[in-house]
Design a protein. Structure first.
Ligand code: NAD
Length: 253
């Protein structure tokens, strides 16, 4: 019988999108799509050569159009449907595959490839499906990709921390666990009493992890989700602990 949990936080990384054809970067010696990470994913790189950085993200947008969500993205939507407001998906990915699969309770903590932001005082954020325009259509200021680069603070950290300290199950999927602050989430969840699970191709993360499930995300995530969605006895009706209505106070996020 699978253990039952009430409040679930999931963290995903580039590995969950690998089977959709989007390249990870830790696997290739600090290169991301053959570009040094410092050149294309730091504020200094953008200051030195904005055209190179803009061209890099324009290419990533073009590549994203050809990619489709895979079985792991779809499985996490089922988990969200089951747990509702007691589920939160935090992703380090800048692709939109979780959103296209149907994830709604999601924090893209490192930004979104399909958005750009102006460098004017109002920091207008606008959708961008293809090539980035040079100037903000709202105020004329220069624009940048709406991506959190190394050295910048990820989005919605306060909400993330709150969720990590309240969840009773935390799973990190397809992430090398070396980019902070996300690399510290397992520790925060564990020290707050959560059961911590890692699903990845290779064993990563070191301590603060109770369970490691090895395999491709597209294979292991749907199986793992099936156990969470129907924990008592897969295939037969069940009355999971979390099916009882939770009071507003108990709600997680
Ligand atoms: P990472 O590249 O550092 O690590 C990827 C991890 O996924 C590795 O541990 C690898 O073994 C594992 N992996 C590879 N294929 C897998 C599969 N099929 N199934 C399960 N696991 C698999 O990525 P990261 O930890 O997310 O951190 C790096 C940063 O890269 C993030 O900040 C992110 O913003 C950025 N990034 C994002 C994308 C994207 O949006 N898809 C792509 C590349 C990089």
């Amino acid at each position: 019988m699978a253990a039952m949990y009430n409040k679930i936080v999931i963290l995903t990384g580039a590995g969950i999108s690998a089977e959709s054809g989007i390249k990870t970067f830790r696997d290739a010696d600090g290169l991301w799509e053959n570009e040094p990470v410092e050149a294309v994913a730091t504020p200094e790189g953008f200051e030195r050569d904005p055209e190179r950085v803009i061209a890099f993200y324009d290419e990533r947008r073009a590549g994203l159009k050809k990619a489709e969500p895979n079985a792991a993205h779809h499985a996490l939507v089922k988990l969200e449907e089951k747990f509702g407001d007691n589920f939160l998906l935090i992703t380090q990915n800048v692709d939109d595959l979780h959103q296209r699969a149907g994830s709604k309770r999601i924090i893209p903590m490192h930004g979104e490839l399909l958005k750009i932001r102006c460098l004017g005082p109002q920091e207008h954020i606008i959708p961008c499906a293809e090539n980035q325009p040079k100037e903000c259509p709202e105020c004329g200021a220069k624009m940048r990709p709406h991506i959190v680069w190394f050295g910048e603070i990820p989005f919605e950290m306060e909400r993330i921390q709150k969720a990590l300290t309240k969840c009773d199950l935390f799973a990190y999927i397809g992430t090398s666990g070396v980019v902070y602050p996300a690399a510290g989430f397992r520790q925060m969840a564990k020290l707050s009493g959560a059961h911590v699970v890692c699903l990845n191709l290779e064993e990563v993360g070191g301590g603060y992890t109770d369970e490691f499930i090895q395999g491709k995300a597209g294979e292991v995530v749907p199986k793992w989700v099936a156990l969470r969605v129907n924990p008592v006895n897969r295939g037969s009706p069940s009355t999971p602990q979390h099916s009882s209505p939770l009071s507003q106070k108990q709600r997680l996020f």
